[in-house]
Design a binder for this molecule. Structure first.
Ligand SMILES: Nc1ncnc2c1ncn2[C@@H]1O[C@H](COP(=O)(O)OP(=O)(O)OP(=O)(O)O)[C@@H](O)[C@H]1O
Ligand SMILES: [Mg+2]
Length: 515
């Protein structure tokens, strides 16, 4: 750890970047947190002013979520102080943090899925009169709160598990408002939202700000920070690097967080695609309405479309994860019988799913074990020669997976590093076709480009890649061809030179476009 810390003034010095007057609502001083083999936070300072949106930025594993968890009382700092309104506080539990006016919206939501909307909003602070729960009042209150934050018409009696992610976040925000929380912390809250849902959340954040609340906002999407943030604090390797205005140019932010210039999309010229490797005809499932698709060796096929247009379902159908009601899939000219994912894997297909935690990893197993799961279970696919440990170690290095060791339990890795392991476990067996569903979700900007370089290398070495992404610049930057899905079909195919607007127009179009 020899790198120098960038301009962090001593405690009493003037912070040039701090807006004048308003005393900090929350002050974190010298907070440190160590885990076995990892310094997650190293004497970190952080300040939050009433009425500001303060963003946290940093590479995967930089320590953002650790700070959030310490503030939430979910983890204890090894050292340092937290002050709220000038008074030292320390939270032994999330309930205590909540009582002090801090609310948290995580990506893995802390709602209770089986409880109703109203019960979740009132959780831990129910209205009781004469020993009786005031259900009708609680429902009226929940309805009004949800409506006030832009979610009208949700039945307060509905179990929360039946709501969309955005609506569930709404429930958490409603709870925060009901408790009159002064500080609302959102850790990657937007990563699972659609564009429209993000816009609604931002409108709400602006109102919360005007009401004098302070927001801590964590996201890997730089354009979001510019749009909603006031200040940005950058962490690197557990240290505070700088606190700068959110209007700081993105390249500068990236330089602060990565410590060097980040390269752009791989630019090795057009890839030369070969034979058709994967051929699908008339695929029908509950959500697909007759999809024809050819994927060639050596190409990256981008799949764009709105949420719900059938992109994930297409990958799942190709992978044997959803029941086919009709249609056929061929690999290298041979018909595949896809009854279950195991059939697809044996044939040489790989799927990196959107829901990493639910489907991509075995949470209780180590990094090494996760890297070797496919290698272990599909003997036929094992490349010859390399010993498993050496293989796992090579993948760890190739993907720059940040972990103290291969023995570390995977659930203890930061989100982005878990994603790298999910990709690594497929590279252990070298599939013919790689299906990627939102592969950059939760991945920092530097790691994203590393990932794209890797995908580019794999394609150039002859792998056929299908990549679904909601981030159009990524699709445009990577794909040799772009399919736009709509209502369970491929509405249109484009060459790489196409503009974002043209893709969006097709994705949104009412009429089915002629192919
Ligand atoms: N409970 C834990 N046990 C061991 N190590 C941990 C634990 N929680 C976090 N870490 C490690 O601490 C470091 C910081 O992790 P943290 O989750 O705070 O990163 P992050 O900045 O939120 O990253 P990301 O952008 O990927 O979410 C990482 O190296 C992580 O593996
Ligand atoms: Mg995190």
């Amino acid at each position: 750890m020899s790198e120098s810390r960038v301009a962090e003034p001593p405690p009493r010095a003037q912070h040039a970047e701090r807006p004048p007057a308003a005393p900090p609502l929350l002050r974190v001083r010298g907070v440190g947190k160590r885990f076995p083999g990892v310094v997650a936070l190293d004497a970190v300072d952080f300040e939050l002013t009433a009425g500001e949106v303060h963003c946290l930025l940093g590479e995967n594993g930089a320590g953002k979520s650790t700070l959030v968890k310490i503030l939430a009382g979910a983890q204890r700092a090894d050292e340092g102080e937290i002050e709220l309104n000038g008074e030292a506080v320390s939270f032994a539990s999330p309930q205590e943090a909540q009582r002090h006016g801090l609310a948290f919206i995580f990506q893995e939501l802390s709602v209770v899925p089986s409880l109703s909307v109203a019960d979740n909003i009132a959780l831990g602070n129910e209205r009781v009169r004469g020993g009786l729960l005031q259900r009708r009042e609680a429902h009226a209150e929940a309805r009004a709160l949800m409506e006030s934050i832009g979610f009208p018409g949700i039945d307060p009696g509905r179990p929360v598990r039946t709501l969309s992610i955005a609506e569930q976040q709404g429930v958490m925000i409603a709870r925060a408002l009901r408790l009159d929380s002064r500080v609302i912390v959102m850790d990657e809250a937007t990563s699972a939202l659609t564009g429209e849902e993000v816009a609604r959340l931002f409108a709400l954040i602006r109102r919360l700000k005007q009401g004098g609340r302070a927001i801590v906002f964590v996201s890997h999407r730089l354009q979001e920070l510019a749009e909603i943030g006031d200040r940005v604090t950058v962490f690197k390797d557990g240290r505070h690097v700088a606190t700068v205005p959110a209007s700081t140019p993105p390249q500068e932010l990236v330089r602060l967080m990565v410590g060097r210039e980040v390269q752009g999309f791989p630019d090795g010229g057009r890839r030369r695609s070969g034979e058709v490797v994967l051929r699908a005809r008339g695929l029908r499932t509950a959500r697909l309405d007759g999809v024809d698709l050819d994927v060639r060796a050596g190409e990256v096929l981008g799949v764009a479309g709105l949420v719900g247009s059938g992109r994930t379902e297409l990958l799942r159908a190709l992978f044997g994860a959803d029941r086919l009601d009709g249609g056929s899939v061929e690999l290298d000219g041979r018909a595949l019988r896809l009854r279950r994912p195991g059939d697809a894997i044996d044939a040489g297909l790989a799927l990196v799913p959107e829901d990493r935690r639910g489907q991509g990893i075995v949470a209780l197993r180590s990094v090494g074990e996760n890297l070797l799961t496919i290698w272990e279970t599909h003997r036929r696919l094992r490349p010859r020669g390399e010993r498993p440990r050496v293989l796992a170690q090579r993948l760890r290095e190739q993907l720059a997976i940040k972990t103290p060791s291969l023995e570390q339990r995977i659930s203890l890795l930061s989100g982005g590093n878990q994603q790298k392991v999910v990709i690594g476990k497929w590279l252990a067996v070298g599939p013919r076709v790689l299906l990627l569903d939102e592969p950059t979700k939760g991945i920092d900007v530097g790691a994203k480009m590393e990932l794209f370089r890797l995908v580019d290398r794999l394609a150039r070495a002859g792998m056929a890649v299908v990549m679904v992404s909601s981030e159009l610049p990524e699709v445009l930057g990577m794909a040799d061809r772009i399919c736009v899905m709509k209502d369970g079909r491929i509405a249109r195919e484009f060459e790489p030179g196409v503009s974002e607007e043209e893709i969006v127009a097709v994705a949104l179009s009412e009429e089915e476009e002629a192919k």
